[in-house]
Write a protein that binds this ligand. Structure first.
Ligand code: DSN
Length: 432
């Protein structure tokens, strides 16, 4: 069938085409075919609580598997190094305009292959080796690219970290201000991978202004919440906003950068030719689809439900006796300190996994255990909310999580929980 008739295919025809492609892969490369089916089955039969994961929509996946993957388009729309980029230009222009509209940004670069490249591009666009970055400590919720000593960011730049207050386990903005006044950073980085509380971008901005630093906000985790207006908006106050597209935003794996117009040209040059070669046009098209999906009214309802689910799940676990870092959550995730239960975060996550509940071990603030086997588990609700689960399921899920965590070496309990998890998975199938 020609590509023209492909694009006109009605739903039953699309399904037939999809089945034909699958049949083809299953006979030509059965090993990879079976692995893709195994992953689909794992997703179908597990409750996904990894805070950074989600299920992309069928449209996002369709575009990722499209012919756009074959096209080299080094450069930017209308300024390419290859011929034949007319379609690529339209795709990227659409992705840029949708990103700007969704987030109210002056400039967008949709080419970063991942969040790490987005962060790297901001640093490289104006910092010199040895310049100063003030960012959140990874052990308190930050990210590797915010200056970890084994990451390029920590190797190339002088890093100073802020963290959370020992009592409240929340960012102490007065302390952050004192650190900034002493350290005099070139840039302050806000944003985190495991911080369950609302980020006060107004405070970050005021501190950055006071010490003459630029402000970058990494919204990789909360992008969907920001887009839906259920977390304060950093775009109006930050010099740069970086993000991934696949967490709460529910798009393809990838990154993007939003910034003020005055920084746009430096950011674009840093991404290409500074850091990357050909952009991944199929992924950029899928980002465009995700940006559009996030503009729909249903997405706001989805994002609100993510936050409600996290709150109910967290509070219900706390009521049973779980020690919650910072005492609660304002966003899509929370951390449980497992030490009071006499187990490490690794043991808790492994036991949950045996019950088909997927979460990750996570360092907690002032952790006394080593990073490879820390004290906490991180729980997130973006994926289960995509499956349609709401408050009643959060109550049930809290029972199941607590049963496993308090009986982590009792395989009969774990088996019983697993059968309830399978029932929940049947009742709330993965969409698509
Ligand atoms: N790996 C992501 C997370 O799980 O938060 C951060 O890059």
């Amino acid at each position: 069938m020609s590509s023209e008739s492909d694009s006109r295919a009605c739903k039953p025809c699309s399904i037939m085409l999809e089945n034909r492609r699958r049949e083809c892969l299953s006979s030509s490369d059965p090993e990879i075919w079976q692995l893709t089916r195994a992953e689909a089955e794992r997703q179908r039969t597990h409750i996904e609580l990894i805070a950074s994961e989600n299920y992309s929509s069928p449209n996002v996946r369709q575009v990722m598997a499209s012919e756009l993957t074959d096209k080299y388009a080094e450069g930017y729309p209308r300024h390419r190094w290859y011929e034949g980029c007319q379609v690529a230009d339209s795709v990227e222009s659409l992705a840029i305009s949708r990103a700007k509209k969704l987030f109210g940004a002056e400039h967008a670069n949709v080419q970063p292959h991942a969040g790490s490249q987005a962060n790297m591009a901001v640093y490289f666009s104006f910092l010199k080796p040895g310049d100063k970055i003030l960012s959140m400590d990874l052990r308190h919720g930050g990210h590797l690219t915010h200056g970890h000593s084994h990451n390029f960011s920590g190797l190339l730049f002088q890093i100073c970290h802020y963290g959370v207050n020992r009592e409240t386990e929340q960012i102490d903005y007065d302390e952050l201000r004192d650190i900034a006044r002493d350290f005099r950073p070139n840039i302050i980085v806000a944003g985190a991978s495991s911080y369950p509380r609302t980020l006060r971008f107004d405070r970050f901005r005021a501190i950055a202004d006071e010490v003459g630093a630029r402000l970058m906000v990494d919204i990789a985790h909360i992008a969907g919440l920001v887009a839906a207006g259920v977390h304060p908006d950093p775009v109006c106050v930050a010099d740069y906003v970086t993000s991934t597209t696949h967490k709460t935003l529910r798009g393809p794996r990838g990154g993007f950068i939003l910034c003020k117009s005055e920084y746009g040209s430096a950011i674009d040059k840093t991404i290409f030719p500074g850091m990357q070669g050909g952009p991944l046009m199929h992924i950029i098209a899928a980002k465009a689809v995700a940006f559009r999906e996030a503009m729909e009214p249903e997405f706001k309802i989805y994002a609100e439900q993510i936050v409600r689910n996290a709150k109910v799940l967290c509070e219900s676990l706390a009521d049973k006796g779980a020690k919650i870092v910072s005492g609660g959550t304002d966003n899509h995730l929370f951390l449980i300190d497992c030490l009071p239960l006499g187990i490490s975060g690794g043991q808790a996550a492994a036991a949950l996994d045996r019950a088909n509940i997927t979460a990750n071990k996570n360092v907690i603030p002032f952790d006394t255990r080593p990073p490879h086997d820390p004290s906490g588990v991180r729980i997130g609700t973006p994926a289960i909310t995509t499956r349609g689960m709401t408050e009643p399921e959060m109550i049930l899920l809290s029972d199941l999580i607590w049963e496993v965590m308090t009986n982590s070496d009792d395989e009969a309990t774990i088996a019983r929980v697993k059968s309830q998890v399978l029932e929940m998975c049947e009742a709330f199938p993965v969409p698509g």
